[in-house]
Design a protein around this ligand. Sequence first.
Ligand code: AMP
Length: 431
Amino acid sequence: MTGKLKAPKGTHDLFPSDSEKFAAVEATARRVFGAHGYGEIRTPTFESTELFARSVGETTDIVHKEMYTFPDRKGRSLTLRPENTAGVVRALVEKGIQDIPKPIRLWYAGSQFRYEQPQAGRYREFRQIGVELLGVASAAGDAEVLAMLFAFLGALGLTDVAATINCIPRGDARAAFSKALQEHVRPHADRLGADDRKRLDENPLRLFDSKDPETRRFLEGAPATLEFLDAASRAHHEELKNLLGKLGVRFTESAGIVRGIDYYTLTVFEVTSDRLGAQNAILGGGRYDDLVAELGGPPTPAVGFAIGEDRLVDAMTADVREPRTLFAVIPDGPEDFPYALGVAQEIRALLPEVIVESDLLGRGVGKGLSRAGQLAREPGRHAHRIARVQAVLLGSQEREKESVTLKDLTTGAQDTFPRRQLAERLAGRER
Ligand code: AMP
């Protein structure tokens, strides 16, 4: 039996018209983060299951019900990474983080996997671009990361977004906050679903992750994180707000953000976009001062964020691809292919920035020209961002006389000249 093969539920293919946008976003990340001293790290797509249980947290939705976990052939439990911070920290601890000069500045881009109910903007395989700054305890670290984030979003044309920030109490203050939250929700315990009852008992902060409308109602008027901050945490938060103001980072404060991952301490933040539907969170991040020690390294403060790249691309209206000139090399028939391939090669060598495409279907100059003309009128049909189209017509006349006919499809101007003049005729046609 042969059924129709389909991509697994919740995954999607990126064809060039999309993948070139993703590549341009990643190139912008490399440029902006690189300018701040951040280098790219690439960690494995799968890790030991234990890593995520110990970092993201057993009682989070991610670990509890969204992981792709499987035994390998030797029976080791492995998991497709649901996020990348745990892998980065594991890699640093394994390499010997104590010997790496601080601050450590890293960024990554790659696929993450979560078994969620797919919908617009929510996938089972999705891409994140993230940043990690390790070794800086002061609010200056949070501020650097947030300011860099907004420099990146600005470079992508997303200038109308703001961060929502919060500060989660740590240590004894966190325990007191959890207890107060428990007391607030406890009277409604018998009306909670099984998952939320477990959260109430084991990790009340996680109640904020609940999608159950009843639970959300019970959380109204719940104790606010900011009221539980100890003096040092409060000072950290105040300093961060002060720095963000000075750096021109737009933000609002909200006590309702706790983020769906256990390792966060103090600062947490999110950015949402009105241009997205129900799944409107473009990114999330925060400080995770206890995670390195949790995973076996020396206590090392850290802060970072993860952007949902698929949602980011959806929210963008600007085209960040480099505009390029397309040379459509059009041989009249198969007998002109050798000449055409040679001319195409020569143009690429002369103008490395342009795109040179040979029409190798041998369907005649007329058809080739009309296809090139269509691209000139509707450059959006091409995977790349086409600034203008030049047709290079090569029929038997050109081949026999060793000449080239160049037609600018934007202006309509056409000219035939000897091939040996290509360099001087093409000079200045880069854009
Ligand atoms: P998190 O790692 O949960 O803090 O998520 C960070 C960002 O990743 C979110 O703000 C989303 O933009 C993106 N994200 C998380 N889960 C998904 C998903 N299932 N599909 C697409 N994007 C996602």
